[in-house]
Design a protein around this ligand. Structure first.
Ligand code: XMP
Length: 319
């Protein structure tokens, strides 16, 4: 794509000029925006960039590994992995109200990231971020919207006293352009085509109180569903698919035995803008296979339901 390769050349030249010999840090989430920003900056200044990746314990199966594989190995980036999972699990104990959970997760994330950034602030002068054009518009509107349905948190809330200068190499791009730039940079399709993943992660997909045990169960179920979608060539045909773990146990039967285990819900939606959505009409034989695999392979889940609710009235996430 000629337009995108020109953008990349210019962006790299600009970053080089702006940064010179300075050091830069960047919060890498594995999402498309921060990944594309990181890759661009890394192409420009190599090891002068250090990415910080926070493992909140609320990530999907193998997510941290996948990020290290793609960006540290393939692109030779400096990535500092911070395992904060125990801190998250500990502070989420006893909390089941969705907004309270969201706020706690947001606060912990900022705390952990700030601490890492502070450690590096003697060295690094710049903070790079994957801000894109819609974020710029969104934050200029902040305070004008009449109702907040869910408090969204994304990185950006670093205290100003850390004194970083901001580097936002993709702030003029729309989402589809970010994806094109990412592909042009050689980021694998599997990373570029990833469905949106909310900032609070599995913390809002384990309904009610979040524990490591429940996150572990959800990771397994979600991985089976998502892998099956990839295998059946359905992943890119729906806009967002995920699994929700319910705080409900029901009775089932396996072999000759009674079981009493958790219920998980599969969610998949068709949408253009994520403001409205309809439940995907996934083929029934596909769902059948997925359900069988889950029940046979994942301990502590004995029943699967499929969420058929549109948005509105249902939101895409359950919390
Ligand atoms: P809802 O559940 O409001 O979700 O229908 C709409 C889209 O937003 C994603 N989502 C979030 N993304 N931080 C994010 O970055 C959040 O706190 C958050 N909450 C929901 C959701 O996954 C869907 O794509």
């Amino acid at each position: 794509d000629w337009y995108m390769s020109t953008f990349i050349e210019k962006a790299i030249a600009q970053i080089k000029e702006k940064i010179g010999n300075d050091k830069v840090i960047l919060g890498l989430s594995g999402g498309v925006d921060s990944s594309v920003a990181a890759t661009l900056v890394s192409k420009a200044i190599g090891k002068q960039l250090t990415c910080i990746f926070v493992d909140t314990g609320l990530l999907r199966k193998n997510e941290a590994l996948q990020v290290m594989d793609t960006y540290a190995k393939n692109f030779d980036m400096n990535i500092k992995m911070v395992d904060a999972s125990e801190l998250f699990y500990k502070n989420l104990r006893g909390i089941s109200e969705p907004e309270t959970k969201r706020k706690m997760i947001g606060k912990l994330f900022i705390d952990v990231f700030t601490e890492e950034a502070r450690k590096m602030s003697r060295d690094a002068k710049w903070l790079a971020q994957g801000t894109i054009y819609p974020d710029v518009i969104e934050s200029s509107k902040e305070g004008h919207s009449s109702k907040t349905i869910k408090s969204h948190h994304n990185v950006g809330g670093l205290p100003e006293d850390l004194g970083f200068e901001l580097l936002e190499p993709i702030r003029d791009l729309f989402k589809d352009e970010v994806r094109k730039v990412g592909r042009e940079l050689g980021i694998p399709d599997k990373m570029i085509d990833r469905h949106p993943f909310p900032g609070p992660g599995l913390g809002i997909r384990v309904i009610g109180e979040v524990t490591k045990e429940k996150c572990d169960i959800l990771r397994e179920v979600d991985d089976i569903f998502i892998s099956a979608l990839h295998e059946a060539d359905l992943y890119t045909k729906v806009q967002q698919a995920h699994v929700v773990l319910l705080p409900v146990k029901t009775v089932g039967v396996m072999g000759d035995n009674r079981t009493y285990e958790f219920v998980a819900a599969l969610r998949s939606v068709d949408t253009v803008d994520f403001m409205t959505a309809t439940a995907s009409h996934l083929p029934w034989d596909f769902i059948d296979k997925v359900v069988n695999k889950i029940i046979n392979e994942v301990k502590h889940v004995n029943r699967i339901v499929y969420d058929v609710t549109s948005k509105p009235p249902g939101t895409i996430e359950w919390e």
